[in-house]
Ligand binder design. Structure first.
Ligand code: ZN
Length: 175
């Protein structure tokens, strides 16, 4: 187990977000926790559409969506992110031009951040559902973005060609 592979399990499960811009996304009733609803209320509607479909086949929690620049800077200081928030911005960051987050962190429910292969495997399984659903919605013209995942940044479906895994992280990219 390398340090990089462990990094995803070191993060706090609950992350407070500031009272920021909220959209009025309609959420699948399976998202019952306040934390998930709060996180999903801060992300782009394409991500909400994907999540509403995925949760029908595999339950998961939405951990964190939008992040202000000071929060991103704090994560950088704490070593939780490699992006400093100024020179290198995170897709979680929002501002007046981009009031909704393009990125969302999720975890299979029940959440198990233990450092063991079968716990980690659930993140890969969840990612498979995310990509299938995103593909179907994109082909149907219901969303206009494609997905990028922290377990496979370059999208080549090879997982051991990267040094920084961020398994909970999904972000919308321009197609
Ligand atoms: Zn993230």
């Amino acid at each position: 187990m390398t340090k990089e592979e462990k990094s995803v399990f070191d993060r706090p499960i609950v992350t407070e977000i500031e009272d920021i811009f909220h959209n009025t996304a309609k959420l699948h009733e399976a998202f019952s926790s306040d934390r998930s609803i709060k996180a999903l209320s801060t992300v782009h509607e394409d991500m909400v559409k994907i999540c509403n479909k995925v949760v029908e086949v595999m339950n998961f929690s939405a951990l964190e969506g939008a992040r202000t620049t000071p929060t991103q800077q704090e994560y950088f200081r704490l070593g939780k992110s490699k992006l400093d928030g100024i020179n290198k911005k995170s897709n979680h960051q929002i501002d007046e031009e981009q009031p909704l987050s393009l990125a969302l962190d999720v975890a299979p429910y029940p959440i198990d951040f233990e450092d063991k292969s079968k716990a980690r495997a659930r993140f890969y399984m969840l990612a498979g559902h995310f990509f299938q659903v995103a593909h179907d919605l994109y082909e149907a013209g219901e969303i206009s973005h494609k997905l990028r995942w922290g377990g496979d940044w370059d999208g080549d479906k090879i997982f051991d060609d990267q040094s920084f895994d961020d398994l909970p992280h999904f972000e919308l990219t321009k197609a």
